[in-house]
Design a protein around this ligand. Structure first.
Ligand code: MN
Length: 231
């Protein structure tokens, strides 16, 4: 096959203990999945079905890379998240079967133009420009844990320049990993290579040029992102 310009190279993330990488297909994200974060965003937490948005796969940022402060924002936020790596296709998956579709897990940072998000939200417009911009999806190496859940005691934390901003137990998620996969697969056929950001706990906040933002989840490889000057 010949193309009029080179097609997008395959986007991928490393896999712990593997020479082979995990090729990406799509990036899905859960909107609101921790009660304390829903409150800080100005809503009352209710157990309504999870909702999803997406990021383009070429928004991927690897661990250790610098991200230039993006345009169209004065309030560029971090969101520490558990990321599910999907290893098996499926649609209409039952909660009790959902973990069969897990390949592994990674640590993620759902970078967000918060001021744009609020402006779009208030006008009832799509979130895309606040979430799906260039270099907005930081994903660390995947730890293979096929068909497994993470330990209920695992904690998620985020620091900026060494100061803790977010810290929560993963079991405070409103919708757990199996429920998120079931809900997503009720809407689209999930495929190997899909990633699912599972939402962020309270403590989201602004990043500035020069900041070093680190995210960790017990049992997974932590990630660090450096914030560069305005693009
Ligand atoms: Mn998020």
């Amino acid at each position: 096959m010949d193309y009029i310009f080179p097609p997008l190279p395959v986007q991928s993330v490393p896999v712990l203990g593997e020479a082979r990488r995990f090729p990406l297909r799509r990036i899905f994200c859960v909107g609101r999945n921790y009660a304390d974060h829903i409150r800080e965003m100005g809503f009352r937490p209710e157990r309504e079905p999870p909702f999803f948005f997406t990021k383009p796969i070429d928004a991927l940022v690897q661990d250790g890379e610098e991200v230039a402060y993006p345009p169209l924002t004065e309030n560029f936020h971090h969101e520490a998240e558990l990321v599910i790596a999907i290893g098996k296709a499926g649609a209409g998956i039952a909660v009790e079967d959902a973990l069969d579709h897990v390949y592994g897990y990674a640590v993620g940072n759902d970078l967000t133009r918060r001021d744009l998000q609020f402006a779009l939200r208030d006008r009832g417009r799509p979130w895309d420009w606040s979430k799906a911009f260039d270099r907005s999806a930081v994903v660390g190496p995947i730890t293979p844990m096929p068909s497994q859940a993470l330990p209920r005691s695992a904690r998620l934390s985020l620091t900026v320049n060494g100061e803790t901003r977010q810290d929560a137990a993963l079991d405070t998620m409103i919708w757990n990993v199996a429920e998120v996969i079931a809900a997503l697969s009720s809407s689209v056929t999930i495929q190997p290579g899909d990633l699912v950001f599972t939402g962020t706990p309270a403590g989201v906040g602004p990043l500035q040029p020069g900041d070093r933002c680190a995210v960790a989840i017990d049992g997974l490889t932590p990630i660090t992102t450096l914030i560069g000057r305005k693009a």
